[in-house]
Design a protein around this ligand. Structure first.
Ligand SMILES: C[S@@+](CC[C@H](N)C(=O)[O-])C[C@H]1O[C@@H](n2cnc3c(N)ncnc32)[C@H](O)[C@@H]1O
Length: 560
């Protein structure tokens, strides 16, 4: 596994062994107040300008200080400053415009630090009331109390700043008012709640209790305590941020579909009933039965109505224990499939070693860009179906296939082949590459299911490509590259700069590594003796996950 240089500004995903200038530039970004993303003027007011800047100010670990949050960094941490100082402290839960009291936790290489929020002194601009009562405690929706327009404004600003500071792109070309400006406006989500088609909840023996609810003051720093009665400590919900063993009890989740919420409510009503004899898995003692509850929502392809799959992950196979729950949830008309994944390992994964169908079908279906996909309990599928449709349309538009069936498409990091398959209709042939064997097998099934015969999917590790890579397919006209968060390996960058496809569409879920890879492809890698051959034509940020820090980008590069 590659070692990574950690930086909260970039998500800690910069590989060691890649040119140092990127890590140096990153530190400069963190250290220099003027380079920290400024708040978007339309969405927030400028911070007060202090009479005298405390230039030499350096906080101490453990110190409690008053901060003002000025922007959001990658992963949704607030970029905060001590009044009158230029020193940057990153603080989870701080939102732009907020004045807060925080405790200094960590200091990083003397350049910036991290602080833990203690309390709000003055709320942020663009504050709204979060609909979910758990929003402040649950790590899922960090910015639910920030108006949606402000959320996407900050996301757009983050992409811009990373492209300038990290990708070395000229800000004048990025943001010009002309229609050919490289950085396009961020594409928002139409539906900002109930957009997730999959949620995974955990059963636990240690219920997380918010600090405000505690009578005692013990464990104040960590903001939690354990219940004394064992059953009172049982919980079904989401892991409290930073704790692998504490579960925040969740009655409803505003991100999942209405039918999925109905399933959660029915399970919550029943599972702790002593008569059923169900126990949550204890991650310390490694005893107990129920591990996870996964709820997936798809669509009946004929009727267009929602269909729900419920997957119980248990530590052993005891179907009789689950049947009372199964009988209750299958009264919900949308539930068409109940699965039991059995996972005997002590790890926290929801993947089962064995899978059993307890009710109905073994898969549900969903439609994306006119193609039908079968989704089984553990198969990968884009989590926000509606916005994935928007994203894939942008990818198709950026790819700009002629449509005469003459072009070769290479789909790198293809997953279950969804992007390649949507392009296959207009291409001569699509070649997909992916490391996970199950995803490749799903991609082949998806091709067959949709009657697509001009797509070939190959399993392989794109971090380990050798001399022979590229010999098994014709020279591509269009390359789609959709890596996960660490971005592309230097070996792949090098190969792309050698093969010189006329067009690359780079789809990214991490704007920091995206800016780095775009820099390599356009400006070269001096320390590796590589010349850049591409021109960045457009970057379209897309919000796939409202209230979370995630940002997707579709970038078009053309050979110069
Ligand atoms: C962001 S997902 C993209 C999936 C797909 N393009 C889609 O839209 O559904 C990244 C994919 O890259 C795969 N992947 C990660 N590391 C890889 C590697 N070293 N070589 C090949 N594939 C890899 C992951 O398994 C995952 O399916």
């Amino acid at each position: 596994m590659a070692a990574h240089a950690v930086s909260p500004l970039t998500g800690g995903l910069l590989r060691r062994g890649v040119p140092l200038h990127h890590r140096r530039r990153l530190l400069a970004v963190a250290a220099t107040a003027s380079e920290v993303p400024a708040p978007t003027p339309a969405l927030s007011q400028p911070p007060p300008s202090p009479a005298s800047l405390r230039k030499g100010y350096f906080p101490k670990r453990g110190e409690t200080i008053e901060l003002t949050c000025e922007a959001l960094a990658f992963k949704g941490k607030g970029v905060c400053k001590v009044a009158g100082s230029t020193f940057v402290l990153l603080c989870d839960g701080a939102l732009p415009g907020e004045r807060l009291l925080a405790r200094v936790r960590r200091l990083r290489r003397g350049a910036f630090g991290e602080a833990a929020k203690l309390k709000t002194l003055e709320p942020h601009h663009d504050a709204v009331e979060a609909p979910c009562p758990l929003a402040a405690d649950c790590g899922g929706c960090k910015s639910q109390s920030l108006a949606y327009a402000a959320q996407i404004g900050h996301k757009h600003q983050q992409v811009r700043d990373l492209l300038v500071n990290f990708g070395r792109f000229d800000p004048n070309h990025l943001d010009s008012a002309e229609p050919d400006a490289i950085l396009k406006p961020i594409v928002p989500c139409d539906e900002i709640f109930r957009y997730r088609n999959k949620m995974e909840f955990s059963f636990g023996t240690k219920r997380w209790v918010a600090k405000e609810l505690m009578k005692e003051k013990e464990d104040e720093e960590e903001g939690m305590k354990l219940e004394t009665d064992e059953r009172d400590g049982y919980a079904l919900g989401l892991h409290a941020p930073g704790f692998f063993d504490k579960v925040l009890h969740v009655q409803k989740c505003f991100l999942q579909s209405e039918p999925a919420d109905k399933v959660l409510a029915v399970v919550q009503e029943s599972w702790m009933d002593p008569a059923l004899g169900l126990t949550p898995y204890d991650v310390h003692k490694h005893v107990g039965f129920l591990k996870h509850l996964m709820i997936r929502t798809g669509r009946n392809v004929t009727t267009g109505t929602p269909e729900v799959m419920v997957n119980f992950v248990t530590s052993c196979y005891e179907p009789d224990l689950l049947m009372p729950l199964v009988n209750r949830i299958t009264k919900i008309p949308e539930v068409v499939s109940v699965i039991n994944n059995v996972n005997t390992s002590v790890g926290n994964t929801s993947l089962g070693e064995q899978e059993y169908t307890l009710y109905g079908k073994s898969f549900i279906t969903e439609v994306l860009r006119g193609l039908t996909f079968q989704i089984s309990a553990n198969s990968f599928f884009q989590t926000n179906t509606k916005q994935a449709d928007v994203l894939y349309k942008l990818i198709e538009d950026s790819a700009g296939l002629k449509g005469d069936g003459s072009e070769i498409v290479l789909d790198l990091f293809c997953g279950t082949g969804t992007i390649g398959l949507t392009l296959a209709r207009r291409a001569k042939h699509v070649y997909g590459y992916e490391v996970v064997p199950e995803a490749i097998s799903d991609a082949r099934k998806n091709a067959k299911f949709n009657g697509i015969s001009n797509a070939t999917f190959v399993q392989g590790d794109l971090n380990k490509i050798g001399e022979t890579f590229g010999k098994e397919f014709p020279k591509p006209d269009i390359i789609i590259s959709d890596p996960n968060r660490p971005g592309m390996h230097m070996k792949l960058i090098k190969w792309l700069l050698e093969v010189k496809a006329p067009r690359i569409v780079y789809v990214s879920c991490n704007p920091a590594t995206c800016a780095r890879d775009l820099d390599y492809l356009c400006h070269g890698v001096e320390e590796k003796g590589l010349q850049g051959y591409y021109e960045l034509k457009s970057v379209i940020p897309v919000d796939m996950f409202p209230h979370t820090p995630h940002i997707e980008c579709v970038c078009l590069l053309e050979l110069r």
